[in-house]
Design a protein around this ligand. Structure first.
Ligand code: ATP
Length: 123
């Protein structure tokens, strides 16, 4: 790998690329929009029930991981579409595995949400 001097300007530009990725994610990926709506509802519920700091940490990690997985999934899908616009069993496997990763994180986030909010709802 080529060695480069640290450049603050370049680091700021990299942040710009990442924010552009977020913009692309929410503009074109419908699942990401659903996940962000759920995230907003969960934040509202957290404020309503006045959940603890540790519960906020768990919620932040769960929501962040789902959105990160969704972003990776979208990147993989785009790459697959570029590499093989025609039907291909390997592309199907790759896309389905990437989708499974999102599902795993969503199920884990749902479990975290249930563990945190069900006791508040019951009481
Ligand atoms: N080139 C391809 N070759 C083989 N199977 C494909 C191909 N493209 C998509 N598939 C199959 O069709 C499914 C749906 O593909 P698609 O790219 O529409 O994903 P999606 O998750 O339904 O879409 P989105 O996330 O954009 O709503 C994939 O999970 C995969 O099983």
């Amino acid at each position: 790998m080529k060695q480069e001097y640290f450049s603050l300007k370049k680091r700021v530009r990299s942040f710009g690329y990442a924010f552009n990725g977020i913009k692309i994610l929410f503009r074109y990926e419908h699942n990401a929009r659903i996940h962000s709506c759920v995230t907003i509802l969960v934040i509202a519920a957290g404020i309503w029930f006045n959940i603890s700091i540790n519960e906020w940490i768990a919620i932040a990690l769960a929501c962040g991981i789902v959105l990160a997985a969704e972003s990776f999934n979208s990147a993989i899908e785009s790459l697959c579409d570029l590499v093989s616009p025609q039907q291909n069993p390997i592309i199907k496997k790759v896309k389905d595995l990437a989708a499974a990763a999102v599902l795993f994180t969503a199920i884990a986030a749902l479990i975290v949400g249930c563990i945190i909010f069900i006791p508040y709802i019951i009481s």
